[in-house]
Design a protein around this ligand. Structure first.
Ligand code: A1LUD
Ligand code: HCS
Ligand code: ZN
Length: 366
């Protein structure tokens, strides 16, 4: 394994086997009063309220997150251009998203040094641990700002070259801004996953990345593409160090994990010699063709609520409670997840409960 691949497994070992990802960023900014009724959605805060982004990152770190995801989900050069920003300023805004997250990490570390006596009465988790900054890259559908990342339907004319070129400069600028990894997230179809994987190669980006899809039926990704086939795109790249599901209702997660871990069940059968030798050979061939992954699986679902893209608002009361969300997490880890957190409408409270309920973390000093 190269150093890019070992980086994630070393990190997971340092986290006790399971790493905690942060929760929803945009929706948390909204909870703090930000108005995201804008084509830039959360990226608008890079312009109007960077201090708020830093506060939310810090809140997630103090809730126990090992990985914080930058505010660049809907930050694109084309999106800033539509607002009249010249290229240089747009690139600076992308860099700024990484800088803000890195600043939050520094602030957190300094609070860990000073804070143990000051903050014993509150519920902040102040323990020094390795923390990663993941630079978010949302899909072309996110840029369209019409909820297309929940349909994955870009029309028949869409092709790989277009998607690669749409993301090329943005991904390169983010990769060179000093994050620890790139988070390709809420990826709605296989074509865009391929574009991301190819960009890492073509631009020779020496940075790990994760690839995270969303689903609305618990079987396929939102476009209808097969999840195992999408996951196979991650499998084809050494630079992609984790793959999984985000911004998807929690009730679908268990089955989705099983569908990409299925090979282990078959292998177990083989090794336990339940299956006779001739059949084993046939099954080995089948296994070879099943598009699943050996990479760490990441899971950060949304609250289960649905998004009204016209109103840019969440339909309330359709989701699961924090208590139910957290109660699923250890089960997801048992069936194969190694990175867990939350996406839209989850909060620092959700993440704190996840951290505290993980067997490997429950004894960690606060
Ligand atoms: C993950 S969705 C809630 C992000 C927002 C969407 N791209 C929009 O602009 O409406
Ligand atoms: N990292 C983004 C994902 C949106 S689906 C956010 O939390 O706002
Ligand atoms: Zn989300």
């Amino acid at each position: 394994m190269g150093h890019v691949e070992t980086a994630m497994s070393d990190f997971l070992s340092q986290c006790g086997g399971v790493a905690v990802i942060d929760g929803g960023l945009a929706t948390e900014l909204e909870r703090h009063g930000a108005d995201l009724h804008d084509p830039l959605w959360s990226a608008k805060c890079l312009l109007t309220s960077p201090h708020l982004i830093r506060t939310v990152h810090l809140d997630y770190l103090e809730a126990g997150a090992d990985i914080i995801i930058t505010a660049s989900y809907q930050a694109t050069i084309q999106g800033f251009e539509n607002k009249g920003y010249p290229l240089e300023e747009s690139e600076n805004l992308l860099r700024k998203s990484v800088e803000i997250a890195r600043e939050a990490r520094e602030l957190y570390y300094s609070r860990c040094h000073e804070g143990l006596t000051d903050h014993t009465a509150d519920d902040r988790i102040l323990n020094q641990r390795p923390i990663l900054v993941a630079a978010s890259v949302g899909s072309y559908g996110a840029y369209l700002a019409d909820g297309s990342e929940y349909s994955g339907d870009y029309g028949d004319a869409m092709d790989l070259e277009f998607l690669k070129n749409f993301h090329r400069r943005r991904v390169k600028v983010l990769a060179e801004s000093g994050p620890d990894l790139i988070a390709f997230e809420t990826v709605p179809n296989k074509l865009e996953a391929q574009a991301f994987a190819l960009l890492l190669e073509e631009e020779e980006l020496n940075i790990p990345a994760w690839l995270s899809f969303n689903s609305k039926d618990g079987v396929n990704v939102v476009s209808g593409d097969s999840l195992p086939k999408c996951v196979a795109v991650a499998e084809s790249s050494n630079k992609i160090v984790a793959v999984g599901i985000n911004c998807t209702p929690p009730i679908f997660i268990n089955d989705l994990i099983l569908s990409i871990k299925k090979v282990w069940f078959l292998l177990c059968l083989l090794f336990s010699r339940i299956i006779p030798a001739p059949l084993s050979t046939v099954m080995l061939t089948v296994i070879d063709e099943i598009e699943v992954t050996n990479k760490p699986i990441l899971i950060y679902p949304n609250s289960g609520e649905s998004y009204d893209a016209d109103r840019k608002e969440w339909v309330q009361n359709t989701g699961v409670s924090d208590k139910d969300f957290v109660s699923y997490v250890n089960n997801w880890c048992e069936v194969g997840a190694s990175l867990v957190g939350g996406c839209c409408r989850t909060t620092p409270h959700t993440i704190r409960e996840i951290y505290r309920n993980l067997p490997s973390r429950s004894t960690a000093p606060s």
